[in-house]
Design a protein around this ligand. Structure first.
Ligand code: URP
Ligand code: ZN
Ligand code: ZN
Length: 469
């Protein structure tokens, strides 16, 4: 394998900020030091003027994901290429338990699909039923398959939702085996009543998605999930937290030293529910779950990042096209043109997380650059059993390295991104800070606008114990 030197690197990790050279051998960081001498056969990247960051770790994606009537439009190949252009070199993706079948069958199918990945990928397994056999399968997944996190839905009744008793059993099993349970916390049955009432009254536009999923019901479910995990004595990870009420429940539990962790996503930090007032059907682009919230929730989330009650920013990249063509109705928001409840829930974002958080967090909110790395790489790697292989730049770590220009001004455009989805939530948004080069295990895969990676280069990440910081 090639030996690579990143010279004059301004290295930023969650805890450090210094200048050095980084010598990479066999895909790993071999030496970090001053003026490392190398021969002519070594590939050298001069990182002067740039920030040298650990590759981003995105622990919430839905690639090539079947959501019943809808399917996400990115393959592992296209989605992870987009991730790489956005400075993300590790993805932990959601794998379905097929209805009525073992989660191990779902994992086998997921492994077939992830073979096209361009960056390293791990799997969380979604459980939509929990019986005695499922509990045995969970042990196999944890001990034998490197899957140490599970996802449970308190939303989407009849599709993904499981009831509280099943949630308790799964959490207890996971917690007892060093695994962590991720929960989508919204009160599905109550939301279903609100959806049915809206439709009966002829309220069918995308804005109804937001009106029928109130923050109170996210707060209620978050509190319930926490209490159940507390009884199960198991670590809990709340995904895509969007509401002040949910954050208050997390804070209250963390103040009591309960093992609760939570992530939010860039769309909740940078957009508000005003997007649902867009004309025609345009608001459908913003139909993700939970919905975008008001300014007061957004302010609460930024505070949560400051107080560390929110520990991770991931994308929930769940891309459905706005237009029916070219991929067809199954991949499109147009399914819900006459009925908001049929709009596939999900939004893209895998390529813009780092620039948005740098621009909006570091530059505009005074977030430290170490905190930026911690939120987008180090803590997700630690919580999901990947540290120190991923999430930092240290001797022995995988040489997943991003050279980032903190001063480049550019504008986010869907026409320039690498996902197959046909829109961006952030279309036309000016940002400062851009990914210039990406190395994945020492291989240069992104060089400016040039793609040097390849489908199939990504490896499966067998993960260790979760929920440990
Ligand atoms: O809208 C979303 N988030 N779609 C993906 C499924 C989920 O709830 O995570
Ligand atoms: Zn969810
Ligand atoms: Zn999701």
């Amino acid at each position: 394998m090639t030996t690579v030197l990143v010279k004059n690197a301004h290295v930023v990790t969650a805890v450090d900020n210094y200048t050095a050279d980084i010598l990479i051998e066999n895909g790993r960081v071999h030496t970090i030091g001053m003026n490392i001498p190398v021969g002519d056969d070594v590939e050298v990247h001069d990182a002067s003027g740039l920030l040298t960051l650990p590759g981003g770790v995105d622990v919430h994606t839905h690639l090539d994901w079947d959501f019943g009537v809808a399917k996400t439009v990115d393959t592992f190949g296209t989605g992870t290429k987009a991730a790489a252009f956005g400075g993300t070199t590790t993805v932990v993706d959601f794998c379905n338990q097929p209805p009525g079948e073992s989660p191990l069958v779902g994992l086998e199918d997921w492994h077939r699909r992830r073979e096209s990945a361009c960056v390293d990928v791990g799997a969380h397994v979604i459980l939509n039923q929990v019986n005695d056999q499922t509990l045995i399968d969970m042990k196999t997944l944890i001990a034998g398959e490197g899957v140490t996190s599970f996802k449970l839905f308190m939303a989407y009744p009849g599709v993904m939702m499981i009831e509280d008793g099943a949630m308790f059993k799964a959490m207890r099993m996971a917690g007892g085996q060093g695994a962590m349970t991720c929960v989508h916390a919204e009160n599905g049955p109550v939301i279903q009543v609100l959806i049915e009432e809206a439709l009966a009254e002829g309220r069918t536009s995308p804005k109804q998605h937001m009106l029928t999923r109130p923050p109170l019901m996210e707060g209620e479910a978050t509190h319930r999930a926490i209490r159940i995990s507390e009884l199960a004595d198991a670590p809990l990870y709340i995904v895509h937290l969007s509401a002040g009420e949910a954050l208050a429940a997390v804070r209250e539990a963390r103040d009591r030293d309960i093992r609760v962790h939570a992530e939010t996503c860039p769309h909740y930090l940078f957009l508000t529910d005003e997007e649902y007032d867009r004309p025609d059907f345009d608001g459908a682009k913003y139909v993700a779950t939970p919905p975008l919230r008001g300014h007061e929730h957004q302010a609460a989330l930024w505070r949560g990042l400051k107080t560390n009650d929110l520990e991770v920013v991931s994308t929930d990249h769940c891309p459905f096209c706005f237009n029916e063509q070219p991929f067809g109705m199954k991949y499109s928001k147009q399914q819900g043109v006459d009925d908001f409840s049929r709009i596939p829930n999900g939004a893209p974002g895998i390529e813009t997380r780092l620039p948005l958080m740098y621009d909006g967090g570091v530059r505009k909110q005074g977030m430290s650059i170490n905190r930026f790395v911690e939120l987008t790489a180090t803590t997700p790697a630690k919580l999901f059993g990947l540290f120190p292989r991923k999430g930092t730049i240290a001797v022995g770590s995988d040489a997943d390295i991003v050279l980032f220009d903190p001063d480049e001004e550019w504008t986010i455009r869907a026409s320039e991104h690498h996902s197959r989805v046909d829109y961006s939530l952030f279309e036309g948004r000016p940002v400062t800070g851009r990914v210039k080069k990406v190395l994945m295990r020492g291989q240069l895969i992104v060089d400016g606008a040039e793609w040097l990676g390849r489908e199939g280069a990504g490896e499966f990440l067998s993960r260790g114990e979760c929920g440990i910081l």
